[in-house]
Design a protein around this ligand. Structure first.
Ligand SMILES: C[S@@+](CC[C@H](N)C(=O)[O-])C[C@H]1O[C@@H](n2cnc3c(N)ncnc32)[C@H](O)[C@@H]1O
Length: 451
């Protein structure tokens, strides 16, 4: 028996008798659990999952046991993967965003503090003092970075590239990616890059002085010092992980949830092999929302600096992202049924006034069906799927994402065993993203069993 066996068992029984969502507070159910434990804060990422949720569903023996495989097909920055590793599960992640894959990989792989400190000394020693390095392929580089900042970033990057151990190099690339965003001219309060300008707020506005001070700081920033601070904090995080996690095997991080393949080569799919069917015991995931977070745009400066793809190829990643908002007019000339009657009714009505928004949402549901079908393929019979999602508003219409995802799951042969609702207190999800979507404040946690 583990810490949460009884509590989970009671909730499942209560749900079986009332058949209505139960209200819970995960922070109270797992008191004292720190969101920043171990390497969780190694790099920021949009819409991160509340750590308490995967912890609660992993710290029990009802859904999975140590040694079982746990998958997060939309792993983002690897919250589920790290909690899984800490509780001795084998983990597999997938994310279309190369920055998410890098963070996840680094976050869960323990590295020796001593080795990191040695290598950091050599990075600092090897930083060249050149101004002739080729600039990275970042869209509008001069718009996002002061020239002296670009020059220093280039020198640091050049030195990191020389490291021959790929795991150590990846660790420093995560630190570098954090640093690049921090010393950019993008507003640090927002996830999507929006450039700060002096005097952009009227006199007397509470952000005026703060913004101007931030810009003044960037004009004379020592980027190497900023990088050193980030590295120091991340080495301390890694040293905590190293003490509790001795599993040094390379994690499996796939890219597309619609076709789970080992090997993270996104542009050369032929090199990859499918994750075997019936191999996973438990899936825990918080999938993207329709038109909600722009994951690739949010991390476009990082993707460019790390050279994951040319600026012109960013579109390829965006096109594979579920919930994306950019479509060409030809793509939404006709309405394509999602097969979910309640959703089709709303979306056909919406099509008359906003065909693009209607298409964004119907295509979101169609692609989520593909992803959940793939999840079902790799799950063992009687394995579990935990979905964390929420209702949102699409152009004034209530859009019941959890209900539609439940319909999809049931069509695929899953049965709902538990449904919980928690209020989201994290600011990441509470930001209103555009005028057609809404603030998400209540999270639905649905536990399904595969037939
Ligand atoms: C809500 S976030 C997950 C956040 C994550 N739980 C964490 O704590 O960081 C959803 C993720 O789905 C990813 N995504 C979108 N489309 C995808 C696809 N086709 N395959 C895999 N991941 C995808 C996005 O890049 C994003 O990282």
């Amino acid at each position: 028996m583990l810490e949460h066996d009884n509590k989970l068992d009671m909730l499942i029984k209560e749900y079986a008798s009332v058949q209505k969502p139960l209200s819970v507070d995960f922070r109270k159910m797992v008191p004292g659990l720190k969101a920043d434990r171990y390497t969780h804060f190694i790099h920021p990422y949009p819409a991160k999952l509340l750590v308490h949720i995967p912890y609660f569903f992993l710290a029990n023996t009802l859904l999975s046991k140590p040694g079982d495989t746990v998958l997060d097909p939309f792993c983002g920055s690897g919250t589920v993967l790290l909690e899984g590793k800490l509780l001795k599960r084998e983990v597999i992640g997938a994310d279309i965003n190369p920055i998410a894959r890098l963070i996840s990989k680094v976050k869960i792989l323990p590295l020796s503090e001593k080795k990191l400190r040695n290598k950091f000394d050599s990075i600092l020693k090897e930083i060249p003092n050149k101004s002739s390095l080729a600039p990275p392929d970042v869209i509008n580089l001069d718009y996002w970075f002061f020239p002296h900042v670009t020059k220093q970033l280039l020198c640091i990057f050049e030195s990191i590239k020389k490291l021959d151990d790929p795991e150590i190099r990846d660790f420093f690339l995560v630190c570098f990616s954090c640093c690049a965003r921090k010393v950019s001219l993008a507003d640090p309060r927002l996830t999507v890059p929006v450039r700060l300008r002096e005097g952009q707020y009227p006199k007397g506005h509470w952000l005026r002085e703060r913004t101007d001070a931030h810009l003044r700081k960037l004009r004379r920033i020592n980027v190497i010092k900023a990088f050193e601070n980030i590295v120091e904090q991340n080495i301390q995080r890694m040293s905590l992980l190293e003490k509790v996690n001795k599993d040094y095997s390379q994690p499996i991080i796939c890219n597309d949830a619609k076709a789970l393949m080992t090997g993270d080569s996104f542009f050369e799919k032929k090199k990859n092999t499918l994750i075997p069917e019936n191999s996973v015991q438990l899936v825990i995931t918080s999938p993207p929302y329709s038109g909600a977070q722009k994951y690739i745009r949010s991390t476009s400066l990082n993707i460019g600096w790390l050279g994951f793809c040319a600026a012109s190829e960013l579109r390829t990643y965006k096109k594979a992202t579920i919930g994306r908002e950019e479509y060409h007019k030809d793509e939404y000339e006709k309405y394509v049924d999602t097969g979910i009657l309640a959703a089709d009714r709303i979306l056909k009505k919406l099509r008359k006034t906003n065909p693009l928004r209607s298409h964004i949402t119907s295509n979101y549901l169609i692609e989520m069906q593909e992803a959940l079908r793939e999840t079902a393929r790799v799950l063992k019979p009687k394995g579990y799927l935990l979905l964390v999602t929420a209702n949102n508003q699409i152009c004034g219409h209530k859009f019941r994402t959890p209900i539609y995802l439940r319909t999809i799951a049931e069509k695929l042969g899953f049965s709902l065993k538990l449904c919980l609702i928690d209020d989201i207190k994290s600011r990441g999800l509470m930001t209103k993203r555009n005028k057609t979507s809404s603030i998400i404040t209540r999270e639905w946690v649905m536990l399904f069993e595969k037939a």
